[in-house]
Design a binder for this molecule. Structure first.
Ligand code: GMT
Length: 374
């Protein structure tokens, strides 16, 4: 199959997932074309099955905002026509599903039919998509896609609750490529470079947007380190990073926290870590938590959105109400204070992560592509 993939090429979960999906499809013999504003960060290499087409925007003094959707839909028309694509798979509704619909209409006028698969990822529905300024266009794009998927049951019900949907929505969970995980496992996890032997390592990975509640991460760690010798690794960057660093300074624990910034080596970092913190306000799935579980981290998270589908309370970690830093710290200490207990949770986290292995999830996308092509 010749598949066009549209996504945000950044460190965000939807971009990571779309890039990993495209690479896996190309390994399965499909011809994959990424059509994005920049080369996706996780795109490791291009080969005869893997192509990248950059969407250029012409600036003009009249524009206050550059018309990216217009440039994207024109590029989609060009690539679908030139490479005779069979399918367009767009990740994150805004504005990708809308641009794909416009491209589909333009192509239809040329006698070319192109089905559109739209995968909804989270904030395109919950935080941004349902806002009145975007809602009508997002609803229209969802209803006019040939097939719609969400990354969790929770996101499916949020979509049905927030929009008037008459299209079928399938749930296909996010996935992990364990073969890539193994590359790091085979290397030595050099814990001693970051922490003393008696210290636990705790990690948080995100885009540091307000929805991630990174200040809660610092508050939870502040309480943990009073009872358990530990270090905190803060991976990522974004609007709340400075506030988090300031709070760490105020608590006098800056020397126990490493702010590592954006990293291409998340798997390597997670392999050093014992526990992952994800106290988000909302999370449609929590790909970062799944990546941590695949690296044998127990998870302390909130119980919001799709997180209970990924982090099993009392088995792979614990879930608490949003903002309940007291409870999250208590649960973290409970895990970290007992080696045997911690190992049990880590093992369960690792084994449950296998339910989301790429081998289990990829055929679900391939089945949908075949369905939509019939
Ligand atoms: O977390 C973000 O804000 C990034 C966002 C994105 O652009 O991809 O993440 C969403 O999609 C991920 C991949 O499907 C999910 O794992 C995240 O839970 C979801 N984020 C939210 O719902 C806040």
């Amino acid at each position: 199959m010749k598949i066009g993939i549209v996504c945000y090429p950044t460190y965000g979960g939807s971009g990571v997932l779309a890039t990993e999906l495209g690479m896996a499809l190309s390994h399965n013999g499909h011809n994959v074309h990424f059509i994005t504003s920049h080369q996706p960060v996780r795109l490791e290499f291009l080969n005869s099955n893997l192509h990248f087409h950059e969407v250029f925007i012409e600036d003009y003094p009249l524009f206050r905002y550059q018309p990216y959707e217009l440039a994207l839909s024109s590029k989609l028309v060009e690539v679908v026509e030139k490479y005779k694509l069979d399918i367009l798979h767009v990740h994150y509704a805004i504005p990708h599903a809308y641009a794909a619909y416009m491209a589909k209409q333009m192509l239809e006028q040329k006698g070319i039919k192109i089905p559109i698969v739209t995968t909804l990822h989270g904030t395109d529905i919950t935080l941004v998509g349902s806002h009145p300024v975007y809602k009508a266009a997002v609803e229209f794009s969802i209803n006019n896609s040939d097939i719609v998927t969400t990354v969790s049951e929770s996101l499916r019900s949020d979509t049905l609750r927030l929009f008037t949907i008459y299209n079928r929505i399938e749930v296909i969970y996010n996935f992990i490529d364990f073969d890539k995980q193994k590359d790091w496992e085979d290397e030595d996890c050099l814990r001693e470079t970051l922490a003393n032997n008696n210290e636990r390592i705790i990690t948080h990975v995100s885009n540091f947007r307000p929805v991630k509640r990174v200040l809660d991460v610092i508050k939870i760690f502040h309480k943990i380190q009073e009872k358990i010798p530990s270090k905190l690794l803060m991976v990522g960057d974004g609007p709340d990073r400075e506030k988090a660093e300031t709070l760490a300074k105020e608590y006098g624990i800056k020397n126990k926290i490493l702010f590592l910034g954006k990293s291409d080596e998340v798997r390597k970092i997670l392999c050093l870590s014992d526990l992952f913190l994800l106290p988000s306000e909302t999370e449609s799935f929590g790909l970062a938590a799944l990546e941590a579980m695949a690296a044998r981290n127990a998870v302390i998270s909130t119980n919001t959105g799709g997180l209970p589908e990924v982090n099993l309370h009392g088995k792979t970690g614990f879930l608490s109400n949003v903002g309940d830093v007291e409870d999250m710290a208590k649960n973290a200490v409970y895990l970290l204070e007992n080696e045997e207990r911690l190992d049990k949770f880590k093992d369960k986290a690792y084994s449950f992560a296998q339910e989301f292995s790429i081998e289990k999830i990829l055929p679900k996308y391939e089945r949908l592509y075949n369905l939509v092509l019939k």
